[in-house]
Design a protein around this ligand. Structure first.
Ligand code: ZN
Ligand code: FE
Length: 261
């Protein structure tokens, strides 16, 4: 599994096996063409999580040049100009012989979907999740089209996946997310440790992703809205927060993060 850097901070994830490749959210076609040529791979499929330009901008050119089939979110069909096979939660799609389950994760956009496979042929057979702009390492996507309740439910669904799941997020936002996470939970030892490791990776020019889901559950404030420390911090930001209501805590955290420097 390769994160192909695109634009300022996007990753286009590429899976490959036996000379064939699949890409997720190709916002730009060129990094994909380059990776295919370098490795002598044929494009066998394109998966899309949501309609934003930085995720679909390269789909038409890749489809035209390679004939690769495209799958995407059924509920965002009218917002994506390229024809694709529509998918929604509960559907399955097989690519490179791997069956991916589709999960509905509304919040960042109204029809956002994620792709989960329990095992991959390429690396150690661990599960993998392509979650677009829903879950980031130490953070989550902004709510452009959904409500806090929807996003909390979407994150709950992703957080329930196995702990060894490799989380393939679509942006390298980890360091700025970690800065916020440390402000929310300054006493979280695992968070401080993870933060130090991510700074080292970035200093060496390496991606912090994929993340490990078990780590995210321990350090990502948006997956920890039921923790007393996180609820208390949210209440410090907004005194109206109900500390026993995960959605209320989530909404305050999201607002706080939106303006956090
Ligand atoms: Zn997006
Ligand atoms: Fe994005």
């Amino acid at each position: 599994m390769l994160p192909l850097p695109a634009f300022a901070d996007n990753y286009i994830w590429m899976l490959h096996a036996a000379g064939q490749a699949v890409v997720v959210d190709p916002g730009d076609a060129q990094p994909v063409f380059d990776a295919l040529a370098q490795r002598g791979l044929r494009l066998a499929g394109i998966l899309v999580t949501h309609h934003h330009r930085d995720h679909v901008g390269g789909v038409a050119a890749l489809r035209e040049a390679t004939g690769a089939p495209v799958w995407g979110p059924a509920r965002e069909q009218y917002r994506i100009a390229v024809p694709f096979v529509p998918l929604a939660g509960g559907d399955r799609v097989e690519v490179l012989g791997v069956p991916f389950a589709v999960i509905d994760v509304p919040g960042h956009t109204a029809g956002h979907i994620a792709y989960y496979a329990p095992a991959l042929p390429d690396a150690a057979g661990t599960p993998v999740l392509f979650c677009g702009d829903t879950l980031f390492s130490a953070g989550c996507g902004r709510l452009f089209e959904g409500t806090p309740a929807q996003m909390q439910a979407s994150l709950d669904a992703l957080a329930a996946l196995p702990g060894d799941t490799r989380v393939c997020c679509a942006h390298e936002y980890t360091l700025s997310n970690l800065k916020f996470a440390r402000a929310v939970e300054p006493g979280n030892a695992e968070l401080l440790q993870y933060s130090a490791r991510c700074h080292e990776l970035r200093a060496g020019g390496l991606p912090t992703l994929p993340a490990r889901l078990a780590t995210e559950r321990a350090i990502n404030p948006f997956l920890r809205t039921r923790e007393a420390t996180v609820a208390g911090a949210a209440r410090g930001f907004d005194a109206q927060v109900s500390p026993n209501d995960a959605v209320s805590v989530f909404a305050a955290l999201r607002q706080w993060k939106n303006t956090f420097q």
